[in-house]
Design a protein around this ligand. Structure first.
Ligand code: 4NP
Length: 158
C-alpha cells in the first residue's frame, strides 16, 4: 500500500481538490486497494469544515466529488503514516519541513514536481481571488495527479 497525503494551508480549497481528483483517478485505474489518499492543512482554522463551495463546484464541473471531505490539520503521526507528503506551495512545504521528524523516510516535496510541462512549481492559493483561480487549481491538480500516478507506476509503488 502506498499512502499519499496532499497538504495546503486551510485544507478547504487546494488539497481537498487534489484529494478528490487523485482518488478518482486511482479508482478509475482500479488501484484503490493499492493507494490510500488523504489531505490536510498546515493551519487549524477550518478543521471539520467541508471544502469551499467554489472548489466543490469547479470539481463537480469536471466530474469529481469533494462533498464527503472534511478539513483537518496536519499531525505528527502523518509522517509515520504517509509515504508521499505533497505540498501545494513553498510556504506549505517550509511549514512541513519545520515539523518533519529527522527519521522520516518518505517523500516530502511539491505536488507540482510531478506535473509534466508545468509552467509553475506552486498551486496558487485561490481563497481570496475570483473563480478563475479555482479553474487554475483544477488544471494544475489534474496534470500533477496524472504525473504522480505515472511516476508511482514507474517506481514500482503501485
Ligand atoms: P487552501 O486555501 O489552503 O487551498 O485551503 C485557503 C483556505 C483558507 C484560507 C487561506 C487559504 N484562510 O486564510 O482562511
Amino acid at each position: 500500500m502506498t499512502r499519499v497525503l496532499f497538504v495546503c494551508l486551510g485544507n478547504i480549497c487546494r488539497s481537498p481538490t487534489a484529494h478528490g481528483v487523485f482518488r478518482q483517478m486511482v479508482d478509475a485505474r482500479g488501484l484503490s486497494g493499492r493507494i490510500e489518499v488523504d489531505s490536510c492543512g498546515t493551519a487549524h482554522w477550518h478543521a471539520g469544515e467541508a471544502p469551499d463551495p467554489r472548489s466543490t463546484e469547479e470539481a463537480a464541473r469536471r466530474g469529481y466529488r469533494l462533498g464527503d471531505l472534511r478539513a483537518r490539520q496536519v499531525q505528527p503521526d502523518d509522517f509515520a503514516r504517509f509515504d508521499y507528503i505533497l505540498a501545494m506551495d513553498l510556504s506549505n512545504l517550509a511549514d512541513l519541513q519545520a515539523v518533519c521528524p529527522a527519521d522520516f523516510d518518505g517523500h516530502l516535496g511539491l505536488f507540482l514536481d510531478f506535473a509534466a510541462d508545468s509552467d509553475t512549481d506552486e498551486v496558487p492559493d485561490p481563497y481570496y481571488g475570483g473563480g478563475e483561480g479555482f479553474t487554475r487549481v483544477l488544471d494544475l491538480v489534474e496534470a500533477a495527479s496524472e504525473g504522480l500516478l505515472d511516476e508511482l507506476d514507474r517506481r514500482g509503488h503501485l
